[in-house]
Design a protein around this ligand. Sequence first.
Ligand code: SAH
Ligand code: SF4
Ligand code: F3S
Length: 473
Amino acid sequence: MNSNDQNETNIQLDYIDKLTTVVKEKSEELGRPLTYNVTTFGCQMNARDSEKLRGILDKVGYIGTDSEDADFVIYNTCTVRENANNKVYGRLGVLYSYKKKNPDMIIALCGCMMQENVVIDKIKESYSFVDLIFGTHNIFKFPELLYNSLMSDDMIIDIWEKTDRIVEKLPSSRKYSFKSGINIMFGCNNFCSYCIVPYVRGRERSRSSEEIIEEIEYLVRDGVKEIMLLGQNVNSYGKGLDEDINLSKLLSKVTKIEGLERIRFMTSHPKDLSDELIDVMASSPKICKHLHLPLQSGSTDILAKMNRHYTKEDYLGLVDRIRSKIPDIALTTDIIVGFPGETEDDFLETMDVVRKVEFDSAFTFIYSKRTGTPAAAMDNQVAEDVIKDRFDRLLAEVQEIGRKKYEENVGRTEKVLVENVNEKDSSLVSGRMSNNAIVHFPGDSSLIGSLVNVRLTECKGFYYIGEIDEEMA
Ligand code: SAH
Ligand code: SF4
Ligand code: F3S
């Protein structure tokens, strides 16, 4: 089941037609267009899913708005850490006040949090004003579910435990016209012991390379210059497919697409990052010089308890191999502090890796206990004040190193994909370099979506100020 389920796509396209009629009728009745607001929590996968939700809402005649005081509001939720959940509950209260003024308002919830039974029970009990709930496996059914919700006064809940289906080829509205994420695989089979993602996103499913290439070619015709290949563990892309494919081979194919200028991918798991992939990255100027390589911990003991399948030495060796072939690559990472049983010595191992690798930047997280994961049942949870102290020390180190790394690039000229006019100073535009760092430089909106050579004149901590390099233009 790796090719698109066209039958299901067609069913949903029929619902899109039906919805278009209903939305038109409703807005004629009200004498104004119906509005929608989509809020995304969590990772790039959710951001991409939200583009699909927006695509459908735009297509059937809703008008997007920044305000949550809208006719249709949906939260695409994340449950990777406890605070992601708390944010959703907190904001639902505000939505209820809008709904009291606008009884026709539809409040919907979808995404990873909805795959947890305890969450559904809590919403049914304490947030009964929610109209529609669906999960990650059946997001493609959104047109059908929205239609049913508009036709009914009851709370509609549709959650699937799992799926082996891939349903794509439905509308999507991109945030940026010139860049896009594209799913190459769904789900995760790694079961890192702290992580809830495999439980809420299901088993790994890869899309066929033919469909991925087709979608990218379509995006390029539509103005896209940069794509990001998305998956929870893109290094295991292709497993289970009939074709002879893996991430390196897929990347080689993608680099041949004419008109596509930049390729990114995330997230890579260190345990299966191959030398073949490093070679492909080194040889293609289109593949961005950035690798996000989550470390999680520098302690081999903790890594084993985390079920990560690599040691401290494996990780350091991998970094050496990457840097020897791609010296100017930016390396970023994720680190968890306070995993159950983490001792001061374990923590110092993490600090050691941070100092040795010198990450360009790092996302640091306090361990969050996720019910149902093996780590949640481990009995030696670390005390809060100890975690806080380690977290502060780690953050200070990571920031100091990051600043130093950023400083090193001042004076260089880099290709920048211009994203927007600077919000604070409209004489500047902002864009991203190949290594994902942000630079602001004098320019106007006509530059948005183009690649320009920019000389980095000043480093301001974690971004740069620059100027167009006329010599290189
Ligand atoms: N698939 C990616 C990222 C998944 S979630 C990967 O394997 O790297 C993003 C990050 O959230 C993870 O890298 C991890 O650092 C963090 N994370 C996941 N579960 C967590 C938990 N229970 N507590 C704290 N951080 C967590
Ligand atoms: Fe979670 Fe590990 Fe899968 Fe990443 S690889 S999503 S951290 S289980
Ligand atoms: Fe969160 Fe789901 Fe992504 S739990 S991090 S939104 S896969």
